[in-house]
Design a protein. Structure first.
Length: 161
């Protein structure tokens, strides 16, 4: 009998590792993991969502959805993925830089100050800092080149099925 896949989110600020035990894995292959989830704590702005971990791109793209099923916004995390095969465990380390894309297309980059602070405190290695910045740049280039729609479609196709 194969062991069930476990997903963990590792944050640097604040430092914590949380098992995403309530996230439901919808699809998994060598390049992506798609999950559906509800907020951990009740919120008034959004209630649930669907996320795709693009393992080969170092990003997690999430569609945050309001209680009425309308789009709140798209949220993109820069991540590093560690997979422990014998335990069937994925650990997604949040590399702090984030991008929010509003329904009207407005793009906002977040938490670069946390990226600098984590590096200053030694919570982030220089290799992880470089990885975060490179992946952030690739994501922004994808958005600016009007190619983000390709990433959105992966999630929307799952929602429609």
């Amino acid at each position: 009998m194969s062991k069930q896949i476990q997903l963990f989110r590792k944050r640097l600020i604040p430092e914590e590792i949380v098992e995403l035990k309530d996230d439901k894995i919808i699809k998994r292959n060598q390049n992506i993991i798609i999950t559906k989830w509800k907020t951990l704590k009740p919120r008034t702005d959004f209630s649930h969502g669907i996320s795709c971990y693009f393992l080969d791109k170092g990003i997690k793209v999430s569609k945050f959805i309001k209680a009425d099923e309308s789009l709140y916004y798209w949220y993109c995390d820069i991540i590093k993925t560690d997979y422990i095969e014998q335990e069937q465990k994925y650990i997604f380390t949040d590399l702090l830089a984030d991008v929010v894309i509003m329904p009207d297309g407005f793009v906002k980059v977040l938490d670069l100050d946390e990226l600098a602070e984590a590096t200053k405190q030694g919570l982030l290695s220089s290799e992880e800092l470089q990885l975060s910045l490179i992946q952030l740049n690739k994501l922004l280039q994808c958005i600016y080149d009007q190619k983000f729609r390709e990433l959105q479609k992966v999630l929307e196709e799952i929602e429609e099925s």
